[in-house]
Design a protein around this ligand. Structure first.
Ligand code: NDP
Length: 788
């Protein structure tokens, strides 16, 4: 049967545009404001190249006034409290539902995506996001007691899900008491401007939401504005890196949702008819312009040809054309620039010798269209298998074993999503944790909900949107306001040093302490050592001066240790308790060493040791309790939000509190299953070098904790730029923080730095808490559908 066209009327959307004279200003401080440069750019409909409206181009002065409006609105928005904010968010959700058809049509016209998708997916999800976060606004004062708002948030969104990305950004930000300045993409600004009108209609306080349109330079001005306290960005990995670098060292929070090259894995027992429909949703949804598109089809070899044949039959039936036609499967590509990018990558794929197939029918010619395209027998190293195409192009390859499937799936710099297809739930749940991606869909794909977090691993960025985990991106711990500019140092004992080293059981102070790599003591590669003095300037001993090669060896040793990350939380807890027990046995010796390095009284040194033992207990207790959630999403799914270890982490310890600072940072990281490379206090490193004897006697597998001593900032530079380090914590100078954030951007490793602010490590509220565990993990959401 051949379907005739079933066009949705564009008349209401056109009336709306006409009513505005097809010209839009900037939405600042609750009112419409002409751009100060007087420039307007055109937004066109990609399906027919017809202009839709002229839109204002905001320059730095406009960004300035939008940020000023948001800053002015902030105290009032915080003060009205969660319940009032919930009412506004609820009103926004209701208004979006009431104008759902206008939003859906306008989005389809501006972006080129089929009305079926905007009507049935984008807009309902937008409303859902506002409803869900109205709930979080209401619950903030009880569920997130120890948090406060971040401040003025700069939000930059792409063109592929214009209104949906707006809701993902604005709803949680407002719920948590922040005010926002949002820049939509140049290609697709119209629904954001309609949303601004809705903000006016519901009487949202002025300046709480500001919408500024413009090109990348408008976004850059927002990123660099000193009164913006956080940037939330969705877009390309390249721009994500530019943003991370631009704000390095400023203390601005950032969440980045970037590109992907997500695997779609089909095992031989999968229901192939469902798989075919899954593939349609994975790569031809929104013309494949989806960051989490299942663009790499990995098929078990025994069924590969059969699946390709079925897919080709289905592809032949897909309909490409007018997005406002309800029978259309694939709409228009957003712009000619994007068509060119897709076309060039497809040509490259053909030139590289991969087999290509496209349906026999032609695409419409009046707009920007591209046919669904299938590449088969693709080599894993081909550019089309590695680069994000962001178009309707599927790249298929086969595998023979489950191990190979996992290796192929993870053979990418990205880590946004993965789709697994098998009738064997045991197999699916065995594979899911092995995939490096923030979302894993089992026998489904491209499913989203406000109650589940979404975001990446690796170069797909960091931070989560949605779910409880998404709220941390828009909140700050109140305790952070009490951190100090100067380090909290132990008081120097009036009575002077309590005895000398040998009196206190430390006989080998003349010996240069070695480093600790892969569970063994290691001499420094360079053969140098560094003289260490006590806090009064007296020589007390020497440590090995580590260099780049030592760092390389330590990272290698950390990666080689698969035993620690593979242990259960319970087993890790046992080892941590054992560490505490062994430290307790040697408490005097460790206290004396602290006295020797810091000249504090024996009493206060003993307190530092006691606190260290207590802190190990705290994280041992959490090792099997910091677990995930089963999110209550709207689909018939169990959605498991699982905290996973980050991998190999670098930890640069604070200089003060030589033992407690080391314990407070290293122990939470390993409690969560990470292997770590640690740079201990540069000025007082002996507590850490003594500590490897404790690790040796506490059943800690070699490679779990690797200790490199030496010049802190030189060593942290090596760690920050190391491609095989997945995350870095740095507690040190402001300049050091900036450098770490700059260098970490190159492979998008997660970084957590102190921006030169200091904790009092002895204070429980400063020195421990779930924030350390959150920073040592990343959430993976696994979607498991049910039903008969
Ligand atoms: P960009 O990353 O360039 O754009 C995303 C947003 O950032 C847009 O609002 C853009 O403005 C803005 N922007 C651009 N440069 C800067 C800057 N220096 N500072 C601050 N903001 C900036 O993506 P593109 O639209 O150019 O798409 C290019 C590729 O990115 C696609 O082919 C695709 O591979 C990927 N992409 C990934 C997305 C995802 O969801 N992860 C979404 C979109 C694209 P403007 O629109 O005015 O340029």
């Amino acid at each position: 049967m051949v379907y005739g066209p079933a066009p949705e009327s564009a008349s209401q959307a056109n009336e709306y545009l006409e009513a505005h004279g097809r010209k839009f200003d900037l939405f600042i401080n609750g009112a419409w404001q002409a751009p100060s440069c007087g420039v307007y750019f055109e937004s066109i409909s990609p399906s027919n190249k017809q202009p839709l409206a002229k839109v204002a181009e905001a320059n730095a002065a406009d960004v300035d006034s939008a940020v000023a409006a948001a800053k002015k609105a902030l105290p009032g928005w915080v003060a009205i409290g969660g319940h009032q904010r919930a009412r506004y968010l609820y009103a926004l959700a209701r208004q979006i539902q009431k104008h759902a058809r206008l939003f859906a049509v306008l989005e389809a016209m501006d972006n080129g995506k089929p009305i079926r998708e905007t009507r049935d997916i984008d807009i309902p999800l937008v409303a859902r996001h506002f409803y869900h976060h109205a709930g979080w606004a209401q619950l903030m004062s009880t569920e997130l007691k120890e948090f406060r708002e971040v401040g003025v948030i700069g939000q930059i969104i792409p063109w592929n899900f214009p209104l949906l990305m707006l809701s993902w950004k604005i709803a949680p930000a407002l719920a948590m008491g922040n005010t926002v300045v949002l820049k939509p993409a140049e290609y697709t600004p119209l629904t954001a401007l309609l949303f601004a009108e809705i903000c006016q209609n519901i009487g949202l306080p002025k300046g709480v939401v500001n919408i500024i349109t413009g090109p990348g330079s408008t976004g850059a001005a927002l990123v660099n504005h000193p009164d913006v306290q956080k940037i939330a960005f969705t877009g390309s990995t390249d721009v994500g890196k530019v943003i991370r670098k631009a704000i390095a060292g400023t203390g601005k929070k950032v969440s980045l949702e970037l590109g992907g090259k997500s695997p779609f894995i089909v095992f031989e027992d999968a229901d192939l008819d469902s798989v075919v429909e899954g593939v349609v949703d994975a790569i031809w949804f929104n013309q494949g312009q989806v960051c989490c598109a299942g663009s790499r089809l990995l098929v078990e070899e025994s069924i590969a040809e059969k699946l390709y044949a079925k897919l080709k039959v289905r592809m032949e039936q897909l309909k490409v054309g007018n997005p406002l036609d309800k029978c259309i499967d694939i709409g228009a590509i957003v712009d000619k620039v994007q068509v060119k990018t897709i076309d060039e990558l497809v040509k490259k794929g053909i030139m590289e010798g991969n087999d290509v197939w496209q349906p026999s029918w032609p695409c419409p010619t009046e707009g920007y269209f591209f046919p669904p395209t299938l590449f088969t027998n693709v080599s894993p190293s081909a550019s089309i298998a590695q680069e994000e195409i962001f178009g309707p192009v599927l790249v298929a390859m086969s595998f023979r074993s489950h191990k190979e499937a996992v290796a192929l799936a993870n053979n990418t710099r990205y880590g946004l999503a993965c789709s697994l297809w098998t009738e064997d739930i045991n197999l699916a749940l065995a594979i899911a944790p092995q995939i490096k991606a923030g979302t894993v869909w089992i026998n489904c794909t491209n499913v989203f909900d406000a109650a589940a977090g979404f975001g990446g691993y690796r170069e797909s960025g960091f931070g989560r949107e949605g779910g409880r985990e998404g709220l941390y991106e828009y909140t700050k711990l109140k305790i952070e306001d009490t951190f100090t500019d100067k380090p909290v140092l132990p008081k120097v004992s009036k009575s002077g040093k309590v005895g000398n080293a040998s009196q206190n059981g430390i006989h080998d102070i003349d010996r240069t302490t070695k480093m600790y790599v892969g569970g063994k003591q290691a001499r420094p590669d360079g053969g140098y050592s560094t003289r260490i003095k006590d806090s009064s300037g007296n020589y007390i001993g020497e440590v090995s001066a580590g260099n780049r090669k030592d760092i390389r060896n330590a990272v290698e040793a950390a990666h080689a240790n698969t035993s620690w990350p593979g242990m259960t939380g319970h087993a890790r807890a046992q080892v941590l308790y054992f560490i505490a027990e062994n430290l307790a046995i040697r408490r005097e010796e460790f206290a004396n060493r602290l006295v020797l390095m810091t000249n504090q009284s024996l009493e206060s040194a003993l307190e530092e040791v006691e606190k260290s033992i207590e802190r190990i207990y705290y994280y041992a207790a959490f090792a099997d309790k910091y677990d995930g959630m089963a999110h209550s999403t709207i689909q018939r799914n169990v959605t498991l939000a699982m905290p996973e270890s980050i991998g190999v982490m670098a930890i640069v310890c604070p200089d003060e509190s030589p033992l407690l600072g080391f314990i407070s940072t290293v122990i939470p990281a390993i409690a969560m299953g990470n292997n770590v490379v640690v740079i201990p206090s540069e000025t007082a490193p002996f507590s850490a070098t003594d500590f490897y004897q404790i690790l040796d006697t506490s059943d800690v597998p070699g490679g779990t904790v690797n200790i490199i001593t030496g010049a802190k900032d030189e060593l942290s530079t090596e760690l920050a730029k190391h491609d095989n380090v997945d995350g870095i914590w740095y507690f040190g100078s402001k300049e050091g923080c900036k450098k770490v954030e700059l260098l970490a951007a190159d492979n998008m490793k997660r970084s957590w730095v102190n921006y030169g602010k200091h904790r009092n490590w002895l204070d429980q509220a400063h020195g421990e808490g779930e924030v350390f565990l959150r920073q040592a993990t990343q959430i993976k959401n696994i979607w498991i559908p049910y039903g008969i």
